[in-house]
Design a protein around this ligand. Structure first.
Ligand code: SAM
Length: 235
């Protein structure tokens, strides 16, 4: 079972997400155990504070080392080879999450502790003393790490054995192997607003269909994401 703990000041954001679709299926089927924890449970003052003003001035607040470090250490142990979970902080300054990283994390089998930032971010010393990896979901800034954590969880859940009804769908998807987008897909009706499903897909000739799909994948990748075909080319 793949175990994921999430540390957040908004555990309520995860409710329906953890019950629904493949993530809910993974939990109910025993492929994953996902628990949320309210960071404020580790706060020691009566306001349950988790943030303070930034040194050097500037807008907004910064998440303080306490209660964050004690919370991380309670859930994953102290940083080092014997800690019980790999600690990932979601931050726009992290390495960009991609399918290869998801597959590596799924293959490693967990457990993971996901740390969700809020406010203007997290005191650097938390990252230095308690976090193993920083991951970003893209070059844009959200208000918190909860949605990025859900992105990571959903991307992982569908890779766990027994979660997808048809595991073959993973094999043909975009980014599988890292270099091709999936080509166009069609379902019924055969003609919609004058647009016809390509004849080959209705032919029943599976070799021809495979070849057509492969060519479509290359053409679509060349058109939309040429950087995937030639990572050294200027984008
Ligand atoms: N001041 C920070 C900066 O400039 O890098 C941004 C802080 S952001 C407003 C607050 C929190 O949202 C971050 O600590 C992080 O947990 C989360 N977050 C925002 N954008 C994200 C992204 N693209 N990927 C992962 N986490 C993100």
């Amino acid at each position: 079972m793949f175990e994921i703990d999430v540390l957040t000041i908004f555990p309520e954001l995860f409710g329906p997400f953890l019950e629904t679709a493949f993530v809910g299926h993974a939990r109910r089927g025993g492929a994953a155990a996902i628990r949320t924890h309210d960071l404020r449970d580790w706060a020691t003052d009566r306001h349950r504070s988790v943030d303070d003003q930034p040194y050097g001035g500037g807008p907004g607040m910064v998440m303080t080392p306490e209660p964050l470090v004690p919370a991380i250490e309670a859930l994953a142990g102290p940083k080092g080879p014997s800690r019980s979970a790999h600690v990932i902080c979601l931050t726009p300054q992290g390495r960009r999450l991609d399918q290869a990283r998801l597959e590596a994390l799924a293959g490693a089998g967990g457990p993971l502790l996901l740390v969700c930032g809020r406010y203007e971010g997290i005191d650097q010393r938390v990252l230095d003393v308690a976090v193993d990896e920083e991951l970003s979901i893209g070059d844009y800034v959200l208000s918190g790490g909860e949605l990025p954590a859900m992105v990571l969880i959903e991307g992982l859940a569908r890779l766990l054995p027994g979660v997808l009804g048809n595991p073959a769908s993973i094999e043909t998807e975009s980014f599988r192997g890292g270099d091709l987008l999936e080509g166009p897909q069609y379902t019924r009706p055969p003609i919609y607003r004058g647009l016809e499903v390509p004849e080959v897909l209705r032919s029943g000739d599976h070799a021809a269909i495979d070849e057509w799909r492969h060519h479509q994948a290359i053409a679509r990748t060349r058109e939309r994401r040429p950087d995937l075909l030639d990572p050294d080319a200027d984008s």
